[in-house]
Design a protein around this ligand. Structure first.
Ligand code: NAD
Length: 415
């Protein structure tokens, strides 16, 4: 199977948007690369007393619209190019939802599943000691991503505050609520995605009460399973997968029980009533809505032609390759692209920074309502661009995001 370089994909997506927007060459050259990249070699004391070396990155892709913003991933297959790609997508994503932020991303090449809690804490703190001078509420604001969580953020924030001798919780988002986190963050990404599905159903007549499937049953996938039914008033969850297993039940799973089971056992494997299926088959099921919520490059030119979903809501970052985008468009599938569909997380993270900055916190209802306003508006701006420019959905979203970033670069006199 072909291997995909996500960063080359983001560069290609940018060139396509630049062509539609008629951007000049210096703007294209500026936006094709990160503005700042940091690479670290981290020595960490492990439980057996030995020192292990980890390779880590922080990339600030573009800060024309505000401080860089983006998660930190712990993953064994992390490379500088996956981080560059994720940082680029964050830049377009914050612009699509019109937040006063830029885009960034960080990552550490490690296997958290083989590390103890203490080793993960040591690694998190060592990473912050390395990057501390380059982050800050007015420079770069990290958050969790794959295999990192609010606990990771609490350790990182604590290390940062110790180093700077200041209380400044807003430098990290998605923290536990007891240390400056916001209401409504845990389900924000999925909530944002489901809001965009709601708008698609209202506008184009899809029926959310029919079948849906979820690839990747982590934070985003589990919340989508529940919120799909809560916000859209029904729906039959017929298949889910995680890295260990993919399961199917044509009558639908009890989403609450399935989430409970996953949280207790660590996997959806062997969930009672679930028939085991091939991971790839899940993506090709006949469903009304498909949520890719795992990793990059799940939908490629090899399988795009076989996808039968009517709506694809990309909660994962970069789950579809550019060739697959064209195939999905030709098939008339309503794709809600990642930089729109998964923007709920960063939107509520932004709300968290705002609340931390004046130490006054909103109710969960206020967070939900403001998130809904942002995502609904962004969904319709993207639809407008798709219709005006006659482009496929990802290109429509890119056109909205890239235009805003390019404009900020121009106003600053960079290009
Ligand atoms: P997570 O680590 O909680 O969950 C990822 C899930 O995907 C895990 O259950 C894992 O087992 C599963 N998985 C991994 N490889 C798989 C495969 N090949 N097939 C099926 N499942 C597989 O991460 P998350 O926070 O839920 O993030 C998921 C995706 O959503 C990522 O692409 C992430 O960048 C994106 N995203 C997350 C947020 C957020 O707020 N959590 C925000 C925006 C985007």
């Amino acid at each position: 199977m072909e291997t995909y370089n996500s960063f080359k994909i983001t560069q290609q997506q940018l060139r396509e948007a630049a062509k539609v927007l008629n951007l000049d060459q210096s703007t294209i050259d500026l936006l094709s690369w990160p503005q700042k990249e940091f690479k670290y070699t981290l020595p960490v004391k492990m439980d057996d007393g030995k020192i292990k070396i980890f390779h880590a990155y922080r990339i600030q892709y573009n800060h024309a619209r505000g401080p860089a913003k983006g998660g930190i991933r712990f993953h064994p297959e992390e490379t500088v190019d996956t981080i560059r790609a994720l940082a680029a997508w964050m830049t377009w994503k914050t612009a699509v939802v019109d937040l006063p932020l830029g885009g960034g991303k960080g990552g550490i090449k490690c296997n958290p599943k083989e590390m103890s809690k203490r080793e993960l804490e040591n690694l998190s703190r060592e990473y912050i000691r390395a990057i501390a001078t380059h982050i800050g509420i007015d420079r770069d604001i990290p958050a969790p991503d794959v295999y990192t969580n609010p606990q990771t953020m609490a350790w990182m924030m604590d290390e940062y505050e110790t180093l700077t001798n200041k209380h400044q919780p807003g430098v990290f988002t998605d923290k536990p609520e007891q240390v400056g986190g916001t209401e409504g963050r845990r389900d924000a990404t999925a909530r944002g995605g489901v809001i965009t599905v709601r708008e698609a159903c209202k506008t184009y007549g899809y029926d959310p009460t029919k079948d849906y499937a979820i690839q990747g049953f982590g934070n985003a996938g589990q919340r989508a399973a529940l919120l799909h039914q809560e916000i859209l008033g029904g729906g039959n969850l017929i298949a889910v997968s995680d890295s260990k297993a993919a399961i199917f039940n044509k009558n639908g799973f009890d989403a609450k029980e399935l989430v409970k089971y996953k949280l207790t056992t660590g996997s959806v494997y062997n969930f009672p009533g679930g028939e085991s299926i091939d991971h790839n088959d899940l993506l090709e099921l006949k469903v009304e809505v498909l949520y890719p919520a795992a990793l990059e490059n799940a939908i490629t030119k090899e399988n795009a032609g076989k996808i039968k979903a009517k709506v694809i809501c990309e909660l994962a970052n970069g789950p579809t390759t550019p060739e697959a985008d064209i195939i999905l468009q030709e098939k008339g599938i309503h794709l809600i692209p990642d930089i729109l569909a998964s923007a709920g997380g960063v939107t509520v993270s932004y709300f968290e920074v705002v609340q931390d900055s004046y130490s006054y916190f909103w109710s969960e209802e206020q967070v939900h309502q403001r998130l809904d306003q942002k995502l609904t508006k962004a969904y319709h701006s993207v639809q407008e661009a798709i219709n005006d420019k006659k482009v496929h959905p990802r290109l429509g979203a890119m056109v909205v995001g890239v235009a805003r970033v390019a404009q900020a670069c121009k106003l600053r006199g960079w290009v």
